[in-house]
Design a protein around this ligand. Structure first.
Ligand SMILES: Cc1cc2nc3c(=O)[nH]c(=O)nc-3n(C[C@H](O)[C@H](O)[C@H](O)COP(=O)(O)O)c2cc1C
Length: 404
């Protein structure tokens, strides 16, 4: 489709729904259990009112910032999302190209169908690598060292996926989500594939990648394959093949091995944030995995101020989950985030138009953020502090938060 027609995230989501087989759309769009945390991520942003400072507007606010040592044109980066190559051919490289052209940073997921070296080589802007700790040190060392050699600028260790959440929208469809390419799944999903002939043709031309089931290193067993396993949606029988969940001792080990900025992703409490920082993390991501893991976990924007208060001003704090508009970016920065990550919005753009679709989504964030800052009478990101949001929603933790 012509991505210029996408005028907001709602239109991007609708375009993705039209483009993808239903099981794949549900895989991206869905959350865990009753999807309460998924819904709450967005709803909690909507409850925070914004307070403009009138007659103080700048028409061209400065959106640039430094995040994890990288200069970015806007404080919105792409979150690590597995399965991108199922959404669009060569999806992982399309993402980093799109981000680079918009001056945004991109995070590559462990669960990718393209080697991390190929993704790093395609990048024209800041790229970070996300690690699902593979359960044993030798496998972890191989991936961490390769990410360093490939030139990734930061390493994210995701700590909120000891096992996959219960995503019931897709669980009923297949025991492994997204489905692996096979004759059986082709027959099973034939009606959905026939209903989306353009996606199906692109997917076949791309060589039937199996998305999150192919690991960082390429096809399992291929030379250089990293062998980092992502636990299946439905546990295999009797614990067979399951990796032990990541522990803080593993985070400490990664800290010793990785020399660049280390980020712990999946933090929801002040205590865990402090623990990550005490172990040497340079930054944390306040995240509930987009409501895909623990249903009932709090909306990320609601715990942000407490996390910021616990780590103090010198640790970078990123946030993701439910960021859909430039106004949400402002709310997150006002409550203590240095930058935000987006997941589903860019996957919708990718589904609608590949690299151009992702660029469109990032451009919309930049436009909306600039307009919101003008309306708020704030010229620079450093001007976004607790004074931008209505006091009832701010809470005690955030009252002290000022940037300058
Ligand atoms: C389809 C999909 C795949 C994801 N895969 C990963 C992953 O491989 N690693 C990870 O740390 N987070 C993963 N996430 C979580 C995102 O990094 C991010 O935390 C979340 O999408 C943010 O919420 P949002 O989608 O509401 O923006 C995934 C999210 C989605 C939607």
């Amino acid at each position: 489709m012509r991505v210029g027609r996408i005028h907001n995230y709602v239109a991007a989501r609708a375009a993705a729904r039209r483009a993808l087989p239903r099981v794949l759309f549900d895989f991206i769009d869905g959350g865990a259990d009753d999807e309460r945390t998924l819904a709450e991520n967005e709803a909690a942003f909507a409850r925070i009112a914004l307070l403009p400072r009138q007659a103080a507007a700048t028409l061209t606010p400065d959106l640039s910032c430094t995040v994890l040592g990288a200069r970015c044109a806007l404080p919105v980066a792409l979150a690590p999302c597995g399965g991108s190559r199922l959404v669009w051919p060569d999806g992982e490289r399309a993402l980093v190209r799109a981000a680079g052209r918009c001056g945004a940073a991109a995070t590559m997921s462990t669960a990718a169908s393209t080697t991390l070296e190929a993704v790093a080589a395609a990048a024209t802007g800041p790229v970070w690598f996300q690690l699902y700790y593979p359960g044993e040190r030798s496998a972890a060392a191989a991936v961490v060292d390769r990410a360093a050699a490939a030139g990734f600028g930061a390493l994210f260790v995701t700590v909120d996926m000891p096992v996959r959440g219960n995503q019931e929208r897709v669980r009923s469809a297949e025991r492994v989500v997204p489905p692996r390419p096979s004759v059986a799944s082709a027959i099973r999903f034939a009606p959905q594939l026939c209903a989306r002939p353009a996606w199906t043709a692109r997917y076949v031309r791309d060589g039937l990648p199996d998305g999150v089931t192919v690991r960082t290193g390429g096809r399992p067993g291929a030379p250089g394959a990293a062998g980092v396993a992502v636990p299946a949606a439905v546990p295999p029988p009797a614990g067979a093949g399951r990796r032990p969940p990541v522990q803080w001792a593993d985070v400490a080990w990664v800290r010793d091995r990785w020399e660049g900025p280390l980020v712990v992703k999946g933090i929801l409490t002040a205590a865990d944030a402090r623990r990550a920082v005490d172990l040497g993390a340079d930054a944390v991501v306040v995240s509930n995995h987009g409501g895909r893991q623990l249903d009932g976990a709090p909306a990320t924007i609601e715990v942000l101020a407490g996390v910021r208060a616990s780590v103090g001003p010198s640790t970078e704090v990123l946030l993701d989950g439910g960021v859909r508009r430039g106004t949400d970016v402002v709310r997150a920065l006002a409550l203590g985030a240095n930058a935000v990550l987006i997941g589903r919005p860019y996957l919708y753009g990718l589904a609608a138009g590949g690299e151009a679709g992702v660029r469109r989504v990032l451009d919309l964030f930049a436009e909306e953020l600039a307009r919101t800052m003008t309306l708020l009478g704030r010229a620079r990101l450093d001007d976004l502090d607790a004074s931008c949001v209505a006091p009832p929603q701010v809470g005690d933790d955030a009252r002290w938060w000022t940037r300058s």
